[in-house]
Write a protein that binds this ligand. Structure first.
Ligand code: ZN
Length: 356
């Protein structure tokens, strides 16, 4: 699919549709485009220096105040990238302890853990299993595995799954610590031809040099091995409607904003053949819509922006807020299924077979 820039006409039309559906004022959506800021760096996909501003004043997740970051589009290959690149200090601050889900004994947290497990079973574990069947093997490596929930779920399906993530990440209760390696995913190495499936779920958008990562994984995969990549889709209907405030842009954590087309091109360039794309994601498509519509109710936002020191929410209020959030997520299901049917969902999953 051709990458579509946020033209005022297209976005206004889409905004009107969503405005009708969700009582959102289209005037409040950010549709700004300016071309007077000079490009700073080369495109990480094609090396071109013809990068131009595509979306300015992108606020941090859950806020309305424009940040110093913008998204630039490469005129040669259409890749969208965050500029300027955040400094190591900015990135360290952006991945605080609240970023990763933690389980505890709280009743609401336990209910959410169960729900999260259910979604990972239907979505990501299912994708890994499909990839393993296509690769005709059971050795699976999940890069950026977080707390290891997917590792545990893949093992339940008979796969020999392991994972890698940064040191200090919390551990899912059913994930054996021996299945997870603590390391920097951008520098860690593996033996050549050692995996049938490698998965990158919501990782490729965080990488400074994604093509280098795809090339390294190509070396680690066995012949006919499969790489599974799930990313927010910057070519989605939601991105066009919500503009700078779309949940999937997540500035400054997301450095590259993929579409079906640019991700396919990146995979081709690094020696893969895309064999399948999944457009339905029960885990993400609804939450991305809800997170864009009512960011204050989003669980990640709630964790990252706690109330002022000393004040807490009544447990009943916390439960009620979560119920409203899930109500919005599920009320959006007909729309998110429609987005998937026209291949413009918030999240896409590509299956890429190692070629050559
Ligand atoms: Zn480019």
């Amino acid at each position: 699919m051709k990458q579509r820039p946020l033209t005022a006409r297209g976005a206004a039309f889409a905004a009107g549709l969503f405005g009708l559906a969700f009582n959102v004022n289209p005037e409040s959506l950010h549709l700004g485009l300016r071309r007077d800021v000079p490009p700073l760096m080369l495109c990480v996909l094609c090396g071109s220096d013809r990068l131009h501003p595509w979306l300015l004043g992108v606020p941090r997740l859950g806020t309305r105040v424009p940040s110093g970051f913008r998204i630039e589009r490469c005129e040669s290959c259409d890749l969208l990238q965050t500029r300027p690149q955040p400094s190591p200090d900015e990135l360290r601050a952006a991945y605080g302890p609240a970023y990763t889900w933690r389980t505890n004994t709280d009743l609401l947290n336990r209910a959410e853990s169960w729900y999260r497990q259910l979604l990972v079973r239907c979505d990501q574990a299912r994708s890994v299993q499909l990839a393993a069947r296509a690769a005709n093997g059971i050795d699976c490596l999940d890069i950026g595995c977080g707390d290891g929930l997917l590792i545990a779920e893949a093992r339940r399906r008979g796969l020999r799954a392991c994972g890698i993530d940064r040191p200090g990440a919390p551990l899912w209760p059913a994930c054996d610590p021996a299945w997870r390696t603590a390391a920097d995913i951008e520098t860690v190495d593996q033996s050549p031809h050692s995996w049938d499936v490698v998965s990158l779920f919501h990782v490729a958008e965080h990488l400074r040099d994604p093509l280098r990562m795809f090339t390294r994984i190509h070396r680690w995969l066995r012949a006919h091995g499969v790489l599974v990549i799930q990313v927010p889709n910057a070519g989605s209907f939601q991105a066009e409607v919500f503009g700078a405030r779309w949940y999937g842009f997540d500035i400054p954590r997301h450095l590259v904003h993929w579409t079906d087309r640019t991700l396919t091109q990146a995979l081709r360039q690094t020696g893969y053949e895309v064999t399948r794309t999944r457009y339905v994601s029960w885990r993400d498509n609804g939450p991305f819509l809800a997170g864009s519509l009512v960011p204050s109710l989003d669980p990640l936002m709630e964790r990252e922006r706690p109330l002022s020191v000393g004040s807490t929410r009544h447990p009943l209020s916390v439960t009620l807020r979560r119920l409203i959030y899930f109500g919005v997520v599920w009320a959006g299901t007909p729309l998110t299924l429609l987005e998937a049917a026209v291949r413009r969902p918030a999240v896409i999953t590509l299956f890429a077979r190692k070629a050559g």
